[in-house]
Design a protein around this ligand. Structure first.
Ligand SMILES: [Fe+2]
Length: 185
């Protein structure tokens, strides 16, 4: 991507505490902590509500124990702002969750598009063996809130190796349901 206004990279060391298997993470970080897990290039023309931010994300393949590597994930700080992701290459899963713990997954394969609707927490997971490359686009005033995941002990489900070359979803043992406002059951 040319003309970007920002690039950021996350190394394994930056992902401390995010994976369920802490012993597996420690072992990886010991030798590969400085290795880049993912890289985001973005073009942010302004922060105005009517503008859009777009860019590309490259999430390298990997696993921590049985859990597939993922981006940290967030909800938009202005939570009714949506996002679209176009998968250019690789094999991924968009893991989405509402504040009440409702979960949705959408598989990402080359030339597929995922719509992340307003109010959904979202995280990309690389379930393949190649880099997962996506193009994303979202309203310029959306912002990101990462704490909604951290304060709940992660997302409700983990995306793990199913033992036969695919992926499956299992409950996250560290998950603490959020106390949500009116409308929560
Ligand atoms: Fe987002």
């Amino acid at each position: 991507m040319t003309g970007r206004t920002r690039r950021y990279e996350k190394r394994y060391d930056d992902l401390l505490g995010l994976f369920a298997n802490e012993a597996a993470f420690t072992e990886i970080a010991r030798t590969r902590g400085a290795e880049i897990a993912y890289r985001v290039d973005e073009f942010r023309p302004s922060d105005r509500a009517g503008d859009v931010i777009f860019g590309t994300s490259m999430l390298y393949p990997g696993r921590v124990g049985d859990e597939f590597i993922f981006t940290r994930g967030h909800i938009h700080a202005v939570s009714d702002r949506p996002e679209i992701y176009f998968c250019q290459s690789g094999h991924g899963v968009m893991l989405m969750e509402l504040a009440d713990g409702t979960i949705r997954t959408e598989e990402m394969t080359p030339n597929s598009v995922v719509y992340v609707a307003p109010h959904w927490i979202h995280r990309s997971v690389n379930v393949g063996t190649e880099p997962l490359v996506t193009l994303f686009c979202y309203p310029a005033d959306a912002g990101q809130d990462y704490d909604i995941i951290a304060s709940a002990g992660g997302m409700r489900d983990l995306i793990v190796d199913d033992g036969s070359g695919g992926w499956t979803r299992i409950p996250n043992p560290r998950y603490r349901p959020r106390v949500t406002g009116s409308g929560a059951a």
